[in-house]
Design a protein around this ligand. Structure first.
Ligand code: MTE
Length: 320
């Protein structure tokens, strides 16, 4: 992801997956050039570590959410990651093991009846866990299909009891530079933040993942709580959440802060709206080398298109 500057970037779209080419806000060159997907596929598998509340998995599958595509191999999905807190390459699954999951306080605050802080495991045990297979589409034009376990964001909203003036749900990742060495790079606007409108957050599809492949979610995929919004580009799916804040102001997200002309708040998948530096018309299924056409809202239009019907004036901002 990110901000244009390197000439190495100007290689043919077919040869590259847009990758971490990064300039800080002070214009210093910091990143490395993009590397083609095939060259980046991991050679070693990262075993999933024991996570929290392991006996809750596998959760019962909700048959309403099937992907219509083969599942991505577990070893592929769990070793090909974006998690800038642990580095800017895709191979952070080992480095991410330095994240300490216990204790894991989760704060629920802002425009709610009663702010609360509770342990992630306690929260997970209160929520209705189920398994859903979702397609996932990264803004970098790669895709995967994984079985998430977790609970609808709506269940968390009901638990939090937001006030009527709450318009957005802001979600924030941990801030622990001792455990996450990427966070020592202070030109990034840490902590990672993302947000949804309340209408999006309470849509059936919006999901908090606590597990994947029938086990607790591994650290590199965002343990213990990670957002899954399959109709949006993957950067919306904030990992390792420590805080849920209900607010009347549209949150400014991590990537929006870094590159507002390239990454926006809405970030809905649309093959007809190219990223400023590459096409979104097709996507590469990781682990297969196959490239397939991208579908608007990543194929979830029947669930979510209605959310945006009065927002057409936003134009391409809805899709970036
Ligand atoms: N969350 C945090 N905290 N930090 C990140 O760097 N990267 C995002 C998203 N959530 C990111 C994050 C991006 S760009 C993508 S594509 C997905 O996580 C990748 O999820 P995966 O590693 O499970 O494939």
């Amino acid at each position: 992801m990110l901000i244009k500057r390197l000439r190495g970037w100007e290689i043919k779209e077919s040869q590259v997956t847009p990758e971490a080419v990064f300039l800080n806000r002070r214009q210093a060159l910091l990143g490395a050039a993009g590397i083609g997907l095939a060259g980046m596929m991991p050679h070693t598998g990262q075993a999933q570590v024991a996570g929290m509340a392991g006996e809750l998995y596998p959760a019962k599958r909700n048959a309403a959410f099937e992907a219509g595509r083969p599942l991505t191999e577990e070893k592929v999905a769990t070793t090909y990651n974006n998690f800038y807190e642990f580095g800017t390459t895709k191979r952070i699954s080992d480095t991410a093991q330095s994240l300490n999951l216990k204790p894991w306080d989760v704060q629920i605050d802002g425009l709610v009846e009663k702010p609360i802080t509770l342990d992630a495991e306690e929260l997970i045990r209160k929520m209705p866990l189920e398994e859903r297979i979702y397609r996932f589409r990264c803004v970098e034009a790669w895709a995967m299909t994984v079985p998430w376990s977790g609970f609808p964001v709506k269940a968390l909203v009901d638990f939090a009891k937001p006030k009527n003036d709450a318009k957005y749900l802001r979600m924030e990742t941990f801030m622990r530079p001792k455990e996450a060495r990427g966070q020592r790079q202070d030109w990034y606007p840490w902590p990672y933040v993302e947000g949804l409108s309340m209408a999006e957050a309470t849509n059936d599809l919006a999901f908090i993942s606590t597990g994947v492949y029938g086990k607790p979610i591994p650290k590199q995929m965002g343990a213990p709580l990670r957002l899954a919004t399959p109709w949006k580009y993957g950067f919306k799916s904030v990992k390792s959440i420590v805080r849920f804040t209900f607010t009347d102001k549209q949150p400014k997200s991590f990537w929006e802060d870094l590159g507002p002309d390239e990454y926006g708040f809405w970030a809905n998948v649309n093959p007809a709206v190219p990223h400023p530096r590459w096409s979104q018309a097709t996507e590469e299924i990781i682990g297969t080398g196959n490239r397939i056409p991208t579908v608007i809202y990543n194929g979830y239009g029947e669930h979510v298109a209605g959310l945006y019907k009065d927002m057409e004036g936003l134009g391409r901002k809805l899709f970036m």
